[in-house]
Design a protein around this ligand. Structure first.
Ligand SMILES: [Zn+2]
Length: 225
């Protein structure tokens, strides 16, 4: 038995987290390429929710590109790829992993029973700095966890958080630099205050407009022109 097969019965799970624009996908692809160069068989999966760069490829913010499987969930990957092809895989990269509800079960099975090495990249927190999807659930399963940082868009210090620049409040809002920016703690806190204030102003203007529109026909009756 050679070294590769002797070490491949049980797999590994390596997790890469951080805010947007922290180079998570770049780190994932670098890692996957290194595995390929060592002669290991690799597949990369991403969520089909993010189709910003086309469905069948992963593109980093620096423009690096790799072909991938766009999936709605992970547990059907084995069937979609085919059992034979799946059994020959050594390494599975998963990008935007926060979007997969079955992340925990897939990673556990793939590493514990199928001997796969998993490299999993995703957001640890959402724009409110709350746990995003199942991303944090897999940390107890992991061999290693790396938290990457970006540069604060406002001061250049290390950025740990993703600030949403718009007033949208749904948890999953796919977008890039038009909607999000990486920020340090200070600018996350002050940014949230600014955005909250802007939202309140917009909402109160909306209320005034609604009141004005409702009042308009009445006032036109009462006030002679
Ligand atoms: Zn800052």
């Amino acid at each position: 038995m050679d070294v590769a097969s002797a070490t491949s019965f049980y797999g590994e799970i390596h997790v890469i987290v951080g805010p947007m624009f922290a180079g998570k996908t770049t780190a994932l692809l670098r890692r996957v390429r290194a595995e390929t160069e060592m002669g290991r068989s690799v597949a990369v999966i991403k969520s089909d929710k993010d189709n910003r760069y086309g469905l069948n490829s992963i593109v980093t913010h620096d423009g690096e590109k790799m072909s991938c499987w766009a999936m709605a969930d992970l547990l059907t990957f084995k069937t979609k790829l085919g059992f034979d092809a799946y059994s020959k895989l050594d390494v599975i990269g998963i990008d935007e992993a926060q979007f997969f509800g079955d992340l925990y079960d897939f990673c556990r099975m793939a590493a514990d029973y199928d001997g796969k090495t998993l490299i999993v990249a995703g957001l640890d927190g959402d724009y409110l700095r709350k746990s995003f999807g199942s991303m944090l659930d897999i940390i107890p399963l992991a061999d290693s966890v790396t938290k990457l940082t970006a540069s604060c868009e406002l001061c250049g210090k290390k950025a740990f958080f993703t600030l949403r620049k718009t007033g949208d409040t749904q948890k999953e809002l796919i977008g890039g630099a038009d909607i999000y920016m990486p920020v340090c703690r200070q600018h996350y806190v002050s940014g949230q205050v600014v955005i909250e204030a802007a939202r309140n102003v917009l909402e109160s203007q909306q209320i005034q407009e609604d009141v004005y529109l409702e009042a308009a026909p009445l006032s036109s009756q009462l006030v002679p022109s």
